[in-house]
Ligand binder design. Structure first.
Ligand code: BES
Ligand code: MN
Ligand code: MN
Length: 454
């Protein structure tokens, strides 16, 4: 296995330059303006896989953005690892908060700054390069397949159909994903859980047209005020969500497990300083770490209506809107929570407004058992390259496709990410450490080795 460090040392510059090249492509899946760039990005991923030695590399068209697939079958009798990742990125806005342009990567203080550096181009590219290293050194110990999609950041609307229609192409024994975090560069961790998601949009309608706020204000309900009242009633003073039935299926984590989780290094003062807040806030009776891992939450992602332009305009608006998401934990079900939300939101609507609730994408929570043998291979691999046993953690983010992979392909996922929570994913100044990039390339072949030896 010496080959991997040699490969990294010999190709250090090129490994970086190739990543920088793809970070220049603004593959923003949410904005139709970038459709061409997203397509260009899919081709670049396909080309990198071809160059690395993959067979049957294909850019599959879908109703949305393309899905790249590839494989290297060395022996049908051997097990197959399916590597999943996404080459699309979040929009870069607000652009003026970036210290350097989001699609012109720069290296500063050991980090690569660019949109997608960590989430997920940098991490996808680790897979491509780890595969290339194994190929070049005749060291691929089992079969490998790739599925790299371009719509993860918009809820993977076309991936389910693609997987369902291509179960043979994607058949595998385990799925390997690098799209999560480690605790710190000297505190490795493996992700054993992700939260699910239910994403809603609400519209609150008052009078049939915008009104003069002097002529009508005070006698007609303002839908923005009403929406704010409704939203604030969704969480009580103890941080509990008030939607009837919301907690019914929440799996309670045992005290023993909570004690175990409590050993995860976490510095509250550092946490607050990093975020620039004087206090943290959340559900009563739980620590910050628990609040972002084993407990469900509700957040307003955006709220709008009325006049938000320059200067002031006196208006009593006709409509108000909000996008509201809920993070779910085992065994909550995304669809069921959407229905509970819908019912509750209609119920709490005062008679002076009408409400409309729509359901965006969602995804189910996941847990990966620690005693699942491939998980042990992941733990061994990280221990090997970090020199420390990784800590199992549940993370707060969501990768909705994981639950679907299990349902349709019957395979579990190993979540072996190398990002840091401080990498500003989805925020301005997203970054990815050079340490993390190279460490990922170094660690992944160890996973393959230990996995194939099982
Ligand atoms: N890579 C993230 C998910 C993630 C981030 C998991 C950090 C663990 C730690 C992924 O790209 C993402 O952003 N997912 C979305 C869900 C999607 C449906 C838009 C999320 O979690 O908001
Ligand atoms: Mn991601
Ligand atoms: Mn993301």
């Amino acid at each position: 296995m010496d080959f991997i460090n040699n490969y990294i040392q010999t190709n250090k510059e090129q490994l970086l330059n190739e990543l920088l090249e793809i970070l220049r492509i603004p593959s923003v899946s949410a904005d139709p303006k970038y459709k061409g760039d997203v397509a260009r990005m899919a081709e670049a991923v396909a080309e990198s896989l071809r160059k690395a030695g993959a067979d049957n590399v294909k850019v599959n068209t879908t109703a949305g953005h393309p899905i790249v697939t590839a494989e290297k079958i060395i022996d049908p009798a051997k097990p197959t690892v399916l590597c999943y990742g996404h080459y699309d990125v979040q929009p870069a806005d607000p652009i003026d908060l970036w210290d350097s342009p989001p699609f012109e990567p720069v290296i500063k203080d050991g980090n690569i700054y660019a949109r997608g550096a960590c989430d997920d181009k940098g991490q996808v590219y680790m897979h491509v390069k780890a595969f290339e290293a194994m190929m070049k050194n005749n060291a691929l110990p089992c079969n490998v397949k790739f599925i790299i999609e371009g719509e993860e950041e918009v809820g993977s609307p076309n991936l389910a159909t693609f997987i369902t229609n291509n179960t043979e192409l994607l058949s595998c024994d385990v799925i390997l994903i690098s799209d999560t975090s480690i605790i710190a560069n000297d505190v490795p961790s493996v992700t054993v859980g992700l939260r699910g998601l239910t994403y809603m949009e609400v519209e609150v309608v008052g009078p049939n047209r915008d009104l003069h706020s002097g002529v009508y204000g005070g006698s007609v309900a303002n839908p923005i005020n009403t929406l704010c009242d409704m939203i604030s009633s969704l969480i009580d003073k103890d941080g509990h969500i008030t939607i009837e039935g919301f907690y019914d299926d929440v799996e309670l984590v045992s005290d023993a497990e909570r004690v175990e989780m409590g050993k995860t290094p976490f510095d509250l003062i550092e946490y607050k300083t990093d975020l620039g807040v004087n206090e943290v806030k959340g559900e009563k009776g739980y620590t910050s770490l628990e609040r972002v891992s084993i407990r469900p939450t509700l957040d307003v992602n955006g709220i709008w209506g009325g006049y938000t332009g320059e200067g002031s305009k006196t208006v009593l608006p006709s409509k108000a809107y909000a996008k509201i998401s809920m993070r779910l934990v085992p065994n909550q079900q995304s669809q069921k929570i959407a229905e509970l939300f819908d019912k509750h939101f209609n119920k709490i609507a005062p008679p002076y407004v009408k409400v409309k609730v729509t359901h965006h994408h969602g995804g189910e929570p996941v847990v990966v058992p620690l005693d699942y043998p491939p998980m042990q291979a992941a733990i061994k691999a990280m221990e090997k390259t970090f020199g420390k046993k990784p800590i199992p953690t549940r993370e707060g983010g969501s990768i909705p496709i994981v639950a679907l992979f299990e349902r349709v392909l019957g395979a579990k996922s190993i979540l072996m990410g190398f990002g840091l929570n401080s990498d500003n994913i989805h925020s301005p100044n997203e970054k990815y450490g050079l340490f993390n990039y190279y460490k990922g390339i170094e660690t992944l072949p160890w996973f393959f080795k230990y996995y194939a030896e099982m």
